[in-house]
Design a protein around this ligand. Structure first.
Ligand SMILES: [Zn+2]
Length: 160
């Protein structure tokens, strides 16, 4: 991802409901390692079920507002994030729903998928020591993650 000023990010959300972004917390961007982010994901510290995801489509930031379900998966089972495909303990993956863009979202239509609870997929695919996670593997996972985030967003924006 390329560095972006905060204003671009604020204006990038495609599925916010009216009034939904009146108080949008933006994470500190000055220390952001942009080149290591397929998308920027963060939770709202003041609204425990809310999260935000911003990524780049044709050089333009596109943001999604997502909501996590209050029930977690059954602890003890293995789960997988549908975006970064990392196997995770069930307690660290959650069902998130995104209101659809436009009219459909206003009518309550949402799209759901399982995502890492902290929305930090970009960090997760880069952890692990280099011998277990060589650069080629990171590049492959990065490409897959970027593609799936784009796909999810495209579905949220699909109006018909
Ligand atoms: Zn993930």
């Amino acid at each position: 991802m390329k560095p972006r000023p905060e204003n671009d990010i604020r204006e990038s959300f495609v599925n916010a409901l009216p009034g939904g972004l009146d108080r949008l917390p933006i994470p500190g961007l000055h220390e952001m390692l942009w080149e290591d982010r397929e998308f920027l994901g963060w939770r709202d510290p003041q609204a425990p079920h809310r999260g935000y995801m911003v990524h780049w489509m044709d050089d333009r930031p596109v943001g999604l507002v997502v909501r996590s379900s209050s029930s977690s998966l059954r602890p003890g089972i293995a789960a997988m994030c549908s975006l970064c495909h990392s196997p995770q303990p069930a307690t660290q993956v959650r069902l998130f729903t995104a209101p659809k863009a436009g009219e459909a979202g206003l009518n309550g239509d949402t799209l759901g998928t399982y995502i890492c609870e902290d929305l930090a997929c970009s960090l997760l695919i880069r952890v692990a020591p280099p011998h277990l996670n060589p650069p080629e593997q990171i590049a492959r996972r990065s490409a897959g993650l970027a593609e799936r985030v784009q796909g999810f967003t495209a579905n949220v924006m699909k109006t018909a």
